[in-house]
Design a protein around this ligand. Structure first.
Ligand SMILES: Cc1cc2nc3c(=O)[nH]c(=O)nc-3n(C[C@H](O)[C@H](O)[C@H](O)COP(=O)(O)OP(=O)(O)OC[C@H]3O[C@@H](n4cnc5c(N)ncnc54)[C@H](O)[C@@H]3O)c2cc1C
Length: 397
């Protein structure tokens, strides 16, 4: 591997975290190379494709039918006993939003990075990592051979299965209870609720997780589930949960499967350290997925904006040491960490809660005039009808 390319910033992984970071650093006038191991950005899709409306404004992406399949009015949460909590636009607001075509979305973000000046290589896999004192040397495997790239700063945006952070000596191991295994079918010929995303919660449907139905068109939806690692004993368990859900629900049982995808998501707290000398870790690689919902695109993009800003400042000062990159740590944590911590506690609590309790909670909330979907409002609603359930939910305070 003799050939060497030198850049200011090397971004590894062309998902949302990588593309948004690459765009921000390139906008600052720095040389950026983004490498993606897959032949086509965003393909295959591994996502339920639900994003919040706020996300597009945050990253400066215009709403466009080429990547938006459907716009939602809100979300419905369905309890094991069939109680439905409807979160309309006045409560769910911009939190629930669009069902997207994720491959088109990812490609659009990559093009924005390229337009800003970033160079992009596909079928280019980072395979080695070496701290060179004044930067990092990364080995890249290409179809045509191999090349080493020296960068003043590297961005590990290599997703859930991330290796880069580990190569840099950062602890990334996850406990089994902090991983959800997800499987999703795109289904045609089912009964959709076209303006609402639906979440089926409780052990009756799936233990330690939920089933989602995200409508893309009338009669077509992504139907998937995440199941906590504690409840996956053998290969095929996740598929069995999803197949059983579909078979037992007449709205879905006559549908046809047109696509299958799946993968792991972290339902953990974020990494304790997301910077090292000449290294910034962003998105799923930094375990930034929301531990309650399993959604990660918003958090990945939010952190990517903070990463881009910090990297530009560090390059400007000609100092990409850990200390110089430290502001990134503070910036993304200020925006995301509190909610992640709260949702982590909620996720832990939900692992223990029985279907009977969930039924009480959801029926209590659905019959209560909620002003807002905050923990306090939920506890107030539940307490007004089932004071005994408050003891079970106490930890959420
Ligand atoms: C089944 C499922 C459903 C989901 N549904 C939703 C949802 O509805 N809404 C939501 O917000 N989130 C959802 N998520 C989570 C969401 O997909 C992720 O949070 C999001 O993709 C994170 O973006 P990222 O850029 O950090 O990582 P990714 O999108 O995973 O991108 C990482 C990229 O790095 C590349 N890469 C990895 N290693 C290397 C290497 N060594 N060299 C070069 N390239 C490399 C990968 O090929 C990949 O393209 C879901 C996840 C799963 C698995």
């Amino acid at each position: 591997m003799n050939e060497e390319k030198v850049v200011d910033c090397l971004v590894i992984g062309a998902g949302p975290a990588g593309s948004v970071t690459a765009r921000e650093v390139a906008k600052g006038g720095w040389s950026v190379l983004m490498v993606e191991k897959r032949p086509e950005i965003g393909v295959p899709v591994r996502c339920g494709e639900g994003i919040s409306k706020q996300l597009l404004d945050m990253i400066g992406l215009e709403k466009d039918p080429s990547f938006i399949s459907a716009e939602m009015d809100g979300a419905k949460i369905i309890s094991p006993g069939g109680h439905v909590l409807t979160l309309g636009p006045e409560i769910a607001g911009p939190e629930v939003g669009f069902i997207i075509e994720r491959e088109v979305f990812d490609q659009r973000l990559a093009k924005m990075a390229a337009r800003a000046g970033a160079e992009i290589w596909v079928r280019a896999e980072a395979v080695s990592y070496e701290d060179a004192g004044d930067g990092v040397v990364v080995g890249i495997k290409l179809i045509s051979g191999a090349i080493s790239v020296k960068a003043r700063v590297v961005v590990a945006a290599d997703g859930f299965e991330s290796l880069i952070a580990r190569w840099a000596g950062i602890e990334t191991k996850l406990d089994i209870k902090d991983i959800d295994t997800c499987l999703q079918y795109e289904m045609v010929g089912i009964e959709t609720d076209d303006r609402y995303t639906e979440f089926f919660v409780g052990r009756r449907y799936v233990p330690g997780g939920y089933v989602w139905c995200f409508p893309k068109e009338h009669g077509i939806a992504n139907v998937g589930l995440g199941v906590n690692g504690l409840f996956v004993n053998e290969a095929g368990d996740t598929k069995r949960y999803l197949d059983d859900f579909i078979a037992s629900n007449p709205r879905f049982s006559k549908g046809k499967i047109t696509e299958i995808n799946g993968g792991g998501v972290s339902v953990s707290l974020p990494l304790e350290e997301t910077v090292a000398d000449h290294l910034v870790i962003v998105g799923d690689a930094a375990r930034m997925i929301d531990p309650l919902t399993g959604g990660g695109v918003y958090n990945a993009c939010y952190a990517a904006l903070q990463a881009g800003k910090t990297i530009c400042e560090a390059l400007e000062k000609n100092d990409t040491s850990k200390a110089a990159l430290e502001p990134y740590e503070r910036r993304w944590r200020d925006g995301l960490e509190m909610e992640m911590a709260r949702n982590y506690i909620a996720k832990e609590k939900l692992l223990e809660v029985s279907d009977e309790t969930l039924d009480k909670v959801i029926s209590a909330i659905s019959g209560y005039d909620m002003k807002d979907i905050t923990t306090e409002e939920i506890l107030r609603a539940v307490g007004s009808r089932y004071p005994e359930v408050l003891k079970v939910l106490g930890g959420l305070m």
